[in-house]
Design a protein around this ligand. Structure first.
Ligand code: GLU
Length: 430
């Protein structure tokens, strides 16, 4: 297949200069809805979040002073099942961003054919300036404020930016205390000792690796001749980098918030991970030449994995990207106005709602294991994740070919089609 022949459908819609994540999401949604000839009522239903909750989180700080934080939980859609999606702690998070992230979860679950709707939560706080005790208090108060809205059959949180297994353990404990019973299935991404799943921690990176290999296969790229650049060295970025290297690829560039590093002969990833374990970031890493964050994204390579945050590839720098494949490890790393530029350049973009869906897929496995009370081997988790990611990739690829659109629009078409069909079968209760 000639990938440059996929028509830039986005040319038909206005491309905005400045975009927030919700606009970026809606832009793609609109194109896919047009292709599917979605009825106006269904369109209206699918674009509107089902519920948006804002809570205040008063905390007594370590010096006794009271500080009030703001928390959010948005359920974008629950047609296919209970809400599902992570919780992030970030100083600059907005309700609008949480709405976009919740909608992405709806489409992500639908692309993977997982029986969940889409949700997302956040607390506006800077975890780097909070003690572990303060983080625990914020988590517990946030959970108790949301008691009426979360639950194994209602909405199931999980980790996201700046939240981890320990935070999930506090959510599970707070919820269980109020319910007067231990309820592991209320949250996923828990520690193994509390009913977490084997393979959940590396699941997002593993999923990125699986779909990238599938895309490389379509392009005739062999791992041994493939160079990889990864932006972000947190859970997703570092796992993807390690797994791609294990496959025989050469990782030539890595970065985190402290800086970017390049080595033509390949970064020693074990050294990089050890560095981060000791120093908490890559700052001062001696295993590569220092680059600016922009230079890292523009490096000549075969595969670029943006696994940091939203809006990294925009109209401004899209023309300078020289990778053949982009695998979106982060949610929303490419703004909608960059899509036509990347398409024009013949870059194959594996969209976030497919590329990083390994995390929520193993979250689904965790929830299933919690509910049946029987735990799977790592081998079984890997096998089922591999199967679901590969099937989703093939389905998106075929849909994109059929409609002559990018993989991103193909993924939205698959997702919107599944959710609209379920909506039509359920009908509108009124
Ligand atoms: N936060 C992850 C995501 O954006 C995981 C969500 C989950 O496991 O529910 O996909």
């Amino acid at each position: 297949m000639d990938l440059t022949q996929i028509s830039p459908f986005s040319d038909h819609s206005p491309v905005l200069d400045k975009q927030n994540p919700f606009e970026s999401m809606m832009h793609r949604f609109d194109i896919a809805a047009q292709l599917l000839k979605t009825e106006p009522g269904v369109y209206e239903y699918l674009k509107t979040p089902v519920r948006q909750v804002i809570v205040s989180i008063p905390i007594s700080m370590d010096d006794g002073e009271v500080k009030v934080f703001e928390g959010y939980r948005v359920i974008h859609n629950d047609i296919l099942g209970p809400g599902k999606g992570g919780i992030r702690f970030a100083p600059d998070v907005t309700l609008d961003e949480v709405k976009a992230l919740a909608a992405w979860m709806t489409w992500k679950c639908a692309v993977l054919n997982i029986p969940f709707g889409g949700a997302k939560g956040a607390v506006k706080c800077d975890p780097t300036r909070l003690s572990p005790l303060q983080i625990e208090k914020i988590t517990r108060r946030y959970t108790s404020a949301l008691l009426d809205f979360i639950g194994p059959d209602k909405d199931i949180p999980a980790p996201d930016m700046n939240t981890n297994e320990q935070v999930m353990a506090w959510i599970m404990d707070t919820y269980s205390m109020h319910m007067r019973r231990t309820e592991p299935a209320v949250v996923t991404g828990k520690p193994l000792a509390l009913g977490g799943s084997l393979g959940r921690r590396e699941a997002t990176g593993r999923g990125c690796m699986i779909v990238t290999l599938a895309a490389m296969n379509k392009m005739g790229l062999k791992p041994q001749q493939t160079s990889v650049v990864v932006q972000g060295f947190g859970n997703v970025g570092s796992t993807t980098a390690h797994l791609m290297a294990d496959q025989g690829c050469k990782v030539i560039g890595i970065s985190d918030i402290s800086g970017a590093y390049y080595s033509k002969k390949g970064i020693d990833l074990r050294k990089a991970s050890e560095w981060v374990n000791v120093n908490r970031s890559l700052a001062g890493f001696t295993g590569g030449d220092r680059l600016s964050q922009e230079e890292l994204l523009e490096l000549e390579c075969d595969v670029l994995v943006p696994a940091a945050k939203e809006d990294q590839i925009t109209k401004r720098n899209a023309g300078k990207i020289s990778a053949k494949i982009i695998c979106e490890g982060a949610n929303g790393p490419t703004s909608a106005n960059a899509d036509p530029i990347l398409l024009e350049k013949g870059i194959l973009v594996i969209p976030d709602i497919l590329a990083n869906a390994g995390g929520v897929t193993v979250s689904y496995f965790e929830w299933v294991q919690n509910r049946i009370g029987y735990f799977w081997s790592l081998e079984r988790v890997h096998k089922r994740l591999g199967k679901m990611m590969s099937e989703a990739f093939d389905n998106v690829f075929e849909t994109a070919e059929k409609h002559k659109v990018s993989l991103r629009i193909g993924a939205y078409v698959v997702a919107i089609d599944r959710v609209s069909q379920a909506l039509k079968l359920r009908g509108i209760y009124a």
